[in-house]
Design a protein around this ligand. Structure first.
Ligand code: HEC
Ligand code: HEC
Ligand code: HEC
Ligand code: HEC
Ligand code: HEC
Ligand code: HEC
Length: 504
């Protein structure tokens, strides 16, 4: 610094330290930015360091310079040095002032350029799936893994959790800052609670991509089940799901997507945190203004409770609450593994044994993987020693498939299992639609929210072997329960009362 003459005020330890810090931070940032430009898949902490740690350090260093100068100036004034003017001034005729102005001027340009590139990159980084899903690795692992196996695996976390606009960006970064702290301090709840209380309304997230006015028609879906008998009997159910639409302008206001708040508004009150008990529902027809209120006739709310309760407006997320993080049940995952041939259907009791192995509560993922292997192998070694010798490869395959299903859906370290995260889309393993459609929600003028099996879908075919049935009329088939012992219990009870993700 001796060569470049600068104002005397700068020569103090605080400003000098500031210069050092700023220069080192700026150099580091330049090097890392250059690396980031060449490498696509850097470590998540790399971005965090570059965009979130270094810039504040740089700023801190820069701030120290004027602070140091100010302190020196005050000290001189106190000591009564004569040459201290009342206000700072710039005199370009003095060499030291000229140099300082030059440095300040070019420094500012470089700083602004760096901030422009940096903050653009930092914005993208803080919105990236890497940051959301990987930085807090152990915490977000369940969401991240399930997300990668979902239809939305190419949709950024923030498209659903933050959405467009500066306001929500700022809001999410503020709560994000707390989450980073909570993670570092190990203060977060396990499992992470759901639903998210102040999730942004679907109109501003999901509907940026999905266009509710354009839904219509029906969807055919086949549900492939295997029974818990020793033959793993296949029981497919093929249905036409009446998705429908909700836009009066296209004439399609019937069907499931009717609830979507285009022609009507549906509001409801819940009894529990998880929104699984719905004692009160109100619909408002936005065309005619007609209002109908339904109450759970077996367990209604009092006038006072209704007045006080928070009323939630139904949107996409009330049915599609797990579009991206589905923690599937063992029952479903093992059905899928048998369907795709990963587990040989010829292995006796395969469905039951694999489901049992997967559903057991383990303390860590490692323990789970090990014990799943032991459980399945021991079972065949003891119960079917001969078959085990012949079909050893098949047993090993079943082990691998079950381990895979386990690792993708159950996260012991975070205490995440399917039971804790109900999926509201149907009514097989969780109440879902039956939170309102169980047949006990009635209005004062005698209307009931429908439980008619044909209101939401038509069964096109069901069952297998001698018991297989195929529909021959538009009305479809009446449901036949595969298990004859429990016979017609489904007419009174919900499927989810017995089917809870494991053997009923
Ligand atoms: C397609 C939209 C979508 C995407 C993409 C998405 N989420 Fe979610 N996420 C949701 C919805 C909907 C919920 C549940 C909301 C509710 O029920 O309140 C949720 C819930 C969560 C929860 C609360 C715990 C839980 O499992 O319910 C966390 C944490 C979370 N998401 C993290 C992430 C992360 C991290 C990513 C990216 C790797 C991500 N999300 C991507 C829609 C999405
Ligand atoms: C950034 C765009 C985007 C956003 C935001 C988005 N989705 Fe999607 N969604 C898609 C795309 C693309 C597909 C089709 C994926 C495919 O079929 O591979 C899809 C598929 C779906 C499906 C069908 C899934 C299936 O199993 O076939 C549902 C249901 C769905 N989205 C619901 C939602 C909900 C609810 C939200 C808000 C929480 C949401 N989406 C937010 C783009 C988006
Ligand atoms: C009273 C309890 C009960 C109710 C209610 C019930 N089930 Fe079952 N279900 C069983 C039992 C027990 C079995 C036999 C388990 C086996 O061997 O697969 C079974 C088997 C099944 C299977 C064969 C595959 C499997 O996962 O076990 C299907 C599919 C099925 N039920 C569908 C339904 C549907 C759909 C409903 C609701 C409309 C329903 N069940 C209601 C008890 C019940
Ligand atoms: C009343 C519950 C409910 C609401 C509310 C709802 N959906 Fe659906 N949606 C369903 C059901 C049921 C299906 C049939 C698919 C299935 O069974 O998995 C479906 C199917 C879909 C599909 C795939 C099939 C298709 O028609 O393309 C998409 C995408 C979708 N919904 C998006 C949305 C969006 C976006 C919203 C909010 C604007 C929404 N849904 C609101 C229940 C609902
Ligand atoms: C929060 C309560 C609630 C939930 C949850 C709910 N619904 Fe509804 N649903 C209603 C109400 C209220 C009506 C209107 C009843 C009426 O006609 O007045 C309705 C009507 C319907 C209709 C039209 C029935 C008819 O009369 O033709 C269909 C179809 C439907 N719902 C499907 C579903 C499906 C599928 C799900 C689950 C994915 C679901 N609903 C979840 C409250 C709910
Ligand atoms: C309020 C609408 C609604 C009503 C009423 C309804 N269901 Fe369903 N049901 C659905 C939806 C939506 C699905 C699809 C869930 C999914 O996509 O996973 C479904 C799925 C099913 C399945 C396949 C489940 C699976 O995972 O294998 C069966 C079987 C079924 N329903 C039978 C019935 C029977 C029997 C009744 C009458 C007691 C009935 N449903 C009443 C909406 C309804």
């Amino acid at each position: 610094m001796r060569d470049i003459k600068l104002p005397r005020l700068v020569y103090n330890w605080l400003s000098t330290a500031g210069v050092f810090i700023a220069v080192i931070a700026a150099l580091l940032m330049l090097i890392l930015l250059a690396i980031a430009a060449y490498r696509e898949d850097t470590n998540p902490y790399f971005g965090m360091f570059l965009y979130m740690v270094l810039p504040p350090i740089l700023l801190f260093g820069l701030l120290l310079i004027p602070i140091g100068m100010f302190r020196t100036w005050r000290k001189w004034k106190r000591e009564g040095q004569e040459s201290v003017p009342k206000w700072p001034y710039i005199d370009l005729n003095k060499r030291s002032h000229r140099n300082a102005t030059f440095i300040f001027f070019f420094g500012t340009i470089i700083f602004l350029a760096l901030s422009a590139v940096g903050s653009y990159e930092a914005y993208h980084y803080s919105e990236s799936v890497t940051f959301c899903g990987k930085t807090c690795h152990s915490v977000m692992k369940p969401e991240y893994v399930a997300y990668q196996n979902s239809p939305h695996a190419r949709v950024a976390c923030t498209a659903c959790h933050v959405g467009p606009g500066a306001g929500w960006y700022a809001k999410s970064k503020l709560s994000g800052a707390y989450q980073v702290y909570a993670t570092a301090a190990n203060k977060y709840p396990r499992p992470i609670p759901t639903p998210i209380k102040n999730l942004r309304p679907a109109q501003e997230t999901c509907e940026q991509c999905h266009w509710p006015g354009k839904f219509f028609g029906a969807q055919q879906r086949q549900f492939n089940h295997y029974m818990y008998d020793s033959a793993n009997t296949s029981w497919p159910i093929n249905m036409l799901i009446k998705t429908g639409g909700g836009d009066p302008k296209t004439g399609q206001t019937a069907g499931i997507h009717w609830h979507m708040n285009i022609g009507v508004r549906v509001e409801y009150i819940v009894r529990d945190e998880r929104r699984q008990e719905v004692p009160w529902v109100r619909i408002t027809d936005l065309q005619t203004g007609r209002v109908t209120t339904y109450q759970d006739s077996q367990n209604p709310l009092s006038e006072e409770e209704i007045a006080q309760a928070e009323k939630r407006i139904m949107d996409c997320m009330d049915c599609h609450n797990r579009p991206s993080h589905v923690y599937n049940s063992p029952d479903h995952m093992i059905d899928l593994a048998i369907l795709t041939g990963k587990i040989d259907r010829g292995l006796p009791d395969a469905k039951r044994v694999a489901v049992e192995a997967m559903a057991t509560i383990y303390d860590t993922e490692e323990e789970g993987l090990q014990k799943i292997a032991n459980y399945i192998t021991d079972y065949y070694r003891k119960s079917y020693p001969e078959l085990y010798q012949q079909k050893r490869v098949r047993v090993d395959e079943a082990v691998i498939a079950t381990q895979e299903a386990f690792a993708q859906n159950i996260f012991p370290e975070m205490k995440v299992r399917w039971e804790g995260y109900p999926n509201n889309i149907g009514h097989f393993a969780y109440p879902g639609c039956m939170r309102c459609h169980a047949g006990n929600h009635t209005s004062e003028d005698g209307l009931t929210i429908t439980r008619d099996c044909n209101a939401c879908h038509t069964i096109l075919s069901q069952g297998s072997g001698e018991r297989a049935q195929v529909a021959t009329t538009q009305e479809g088939l009446e449901f036949v329960h595969p298990d004859e012992v429990t016979g017609e219990a489904w007419k009174e009870m919900g499927c989810f009362d017995c089917h809870t993700g494991v053997a009923p």
